[in-house]
Design a protein around this ligand. Structure first.
Ligand SMILES: [Zn+2]
Length: 265
């Protein structure tokens, strides 16, 4: 909590001079009162996002660098941000659900309201990735694809990396049907480890965080280097937006911003 805004920071990564943080509802509610928030981000929405989240970025020590976001569409597409060729991103963010860079001059941001915001950091090369993983992205192995992109473009070794997973809808609340369960069972031999209490009707609850931890482990990260917030978005209405929970109310679902960037101090 700082400047009246509450947020989460991944404290184990601070030792490496990298800040991974997630906003809570307070940022958007503050921005809405100030007239700086106008709902969904569009192609031209980056400046609006930067304005709305400026107090959060300042509070966590990541201002005033450019905020790089994506037009998230539940794909498994990972982009590489190269500052020399990335100027156009500020005008029209590309479609994708993961982005990797080695530039310390920018902050990478992911917006979520139940899906998992996931960050990978390589302290040896300073490469990093920001990932948006809902069930579709997880099924498409977006975490594995982002780590592979870091290996190919930046010479990352998976065993050097750390990962952080922000607030995500938990297995307590994320009920899914056979349309989700069946493709997971086909894709992952270990699927039952992330499916909780299947019922006779075919519905069950999915553990998105565990599903993505499994992918990180399969790539070669050690579990001791993976930090998950352990907070369910649907269980904490005072702190987080939840698409699943809020869709049942008249509140229009907002989204939290989760970011990764080099500490400036
Ligand atoms: Zn929950």
């Amino acid at each position: 909590m700082r400047d009246g805004l509450s947020y989460l920071v991944c404290t184990p990564l601070l030792a490496f001079g990298v800040i991974v943080a997630t906003s809570t509802r307070s940022q958007q509610e503050h921005a809405a009162r100030e007239g700086a928030w106008q709902g969904e981000s569009r192609a031209d929405g980056r400046r609006r996002l930067e304005r709305a989240f400026a107090p959060f970025l300042s509070a966590v020590g990541l201002a005033p660098r450019p905020l790089i976001t994506l037009r998230q569409r539940h794909t498994n597409r990972c982009l590489i941000f190269d500052p020399s060729g990335g100027a156009s991103w500020s005008e029209s963010p590309p479609i994708g659900d993961a982005v990797a860079t080695r530039s310390g001059e920018v902050v990478l941001g992911i917006q979520t309201a139940d899906c998992a915001p996931i960050f990978i950091f390589d302290p040896r090369t300073r490469a990093r990735a920001a990932i948006h993983a809902g069930w579709r992205g997880t099924l498409g192995r977006i975490v594995e694809r982002a780590l592979t992109a870091m290996v190919v473009h930046f010479g990352t070794r998976a065993e050097d990396c750390y990962a952080a997973i922000g607030p995500t809808i938990g297995p307590c609340c994320y009920e899914v049907g056979p349309d989700v369960l069946e493709p997971f069972r086909r894709e992952f031999p270990y699927a039952e480890a992330m499916i909780v209490a299947p019922t006779a009707s075919g519905r069950a609850r999915l553990d998105l965080v565990e599903a993505n931890i499994r992918q990180l482990l399969a790539c070669g990260l050690s579990r001791a280097r993976i930090f998950a917030s352990g907070l369910c978005t649907a269980c904490h209405p005072q702190l987080f937006f939840s698409y699943r929970r809020d869709a049942k109310t008249t509140d229009r679902a907002g989204r939290m911003l989760s970011v990764i960037g080099e500490s400036s101090s």
